[in-house]
Design a protein around this ligand. Structure first.
Ligand code: UD1
Ligand code: UDP
Length: 358
């Protein structure tokens, strides 16, 4: 069996790392195809280095663009590589444009498609990620659903049960595998002069939030209100898309501490010691749930409803009043919920299933 592992962005590199490690462990013939959707060092190569991943055999260097242009260029580049390499299966993770391009390119070449993190739905078509998820799931041959709930969603959309495998989410593997490094090698709390449990962490980067002047301004205002009401710092490692919008819209974010995006161990340490996290990220909603840290989601919906059910997360929307109210609520919650995303062996299960079926 030969596997093409396609990645393009920060969360895909992190969430594919357990799958890549498992391929190495079992001596499987695989190669990494990087679309280059993310390319800044702190959004890309830093994760390859720290997670000790092999270099990508191909990097298409596609970079940033409109959705159509970016996805189109990826489709052309991925097709060319897959035609030359003839893998048995292309493995994709998540809901980015890289994933959609990979799914379309592989399925049209008659190469099997495996979708890691299948069956997530926000039911919000304003999100480009929702379109990518639906289309990818419907042209996949192996759908690795993180939870029973995501399996049911797929069945509800008519996808045959025999294509679906509930494996847990590889983010649990990534968190467990990296917490050890966090505890031994990094001390970002010290570097930033923070005490555990006495600061808030924020990440905001979604297109529908940061590309809208009013919405983004409201979110920043909410973060400033958190600083004022609780008298504690809000640290915001800012995604380059959001940094650009702060400048374009000339938003005043003086009370919030904007820092460059962090490497994975550094971010995990800040996340696991925060009093609460305010985010619109998908992966961060999952990680806070796994790390027993309260989370407020700065969106109107989530494709991770398991976090709401166990009580780790509140959907706040984007208005400053509701965000502040949700923070007041979430910090009172007892932090003892069970992690719904699996036992940290998703990578092992995914490769085991492929070895038996492909
Ligand atoms: C993409 C994904 C999103 C995911 C996020 C993870 C899609 C549609 N969106 O959003 O689902 O949550 O990645 O972080 O696939 N930029 C840089 N350096 C980089 C990458 C981006 O400066 O390495 C800046 C550029 O100004 C670019 C902007 O960020 O225009 C947006 O990048 P893009 O890859 O289009 O989308 P993300 O917002 O990163
Ligand atoms: N992350 C990181 N450094 C940061 C911010 C986030 O390593 O400064 C990690 C985080 O731990 C999580 C992933 O990036 O594993 C989430 O990626 P992102 O929020 O960009 O994308 P999403 O999950 O929303 O698609």
């Amino acid at each position: 069996m030969k596997i093409a592992i396609v990645v393009g962005t920060r969360p895909e590199i992190i969430k594919m790392s357990p799958v890549i490690r498992e391929c190495e462990k079992r001596n499987i013939d695989f190669f990494i195809l990087h679309t280059g959707q993310h390319y800044s060092r702190n959004m890309d190569s830093i994760f390859f280095e720290q997670l000790e991943l092999p270099d990508a055999k191909y990097n298409l260097d596609i970079g940033s663009s409109t959705h159509g242009e970016q996805t189109g260029k990826m489709l052309i580049g991925i097709e060319e590589v897959l035609e030359g390499e003839c893998p048995d299966i292309a493995l994709l993770q998540g809901d980015t444009n890289t994933v959609l391009a990979g799914a379309v390119a592989a399925s049209k070449l008659g190469i099997k498609v495996g979708h890691v993190e299948a069956g997530l739905r926000s039911y919000d078509r304003r999100m480009p990620e929702e379109i990518n998820r639906v289309l990818t799931d419907h042209c996949s041959d192996y759908l690795f659903a993180p939870t029973e709930k995501s399996r049911e969603t797929l069945i509800g959309e008519g996808i045959p049960d025999e294509k679906i495998f509930v494996t847990g989410n590889t983010i649990v593997d990534a968190v467990f595998q990296n917490l050890e490094i966090v505890n031994n090698r990094v001390d970002i709390l010290n570097d930033l002069h923070l005490n555990a449990g006495e600061y808030f962490l924020a990440t905001v980067h979604r297109q529908e939030n940061v590309d809208d002047n009013k919405i983004f301004e409201g979110i920043i205002k909410a973060l400033e209100c958190v600083v004022e009401e609780f008298g504690q710092r809000v640290i915001y490692p800012i995604h380059p898309r959001a940094r650009k919008r702060i400048e374009d819209f000339d938003i005043d974010a003086n009370k919030v501490e904007l820092i460059d995006p962090l490497d994975y161990p550094g971010f995990l340490q800040l996340e696991s010691n925060a009093r609460a996290v305010l985010t619109d990220s998908g992966g961060v909603q999952e990680e806070t749930c796994i790390l027993n840290v309260p989370c407020v989601t700065l969106r109107d919906n989530t494709e991770r409803p398991e976090t709401i059910e166990v009580g780790s997360n509140i959907i706040a929307g984007t208005s400053p009043e509701k965000i502040l109210d949700s923070v007041r609520q979430i910090i009172k919650v007892e932090q003892n919920w069970a992690n719904p995303f699996g036992d940290g062996r998703a990578g092992e299960k995914i490769i085991g299933i492929l070895e038996r079926h492909v």
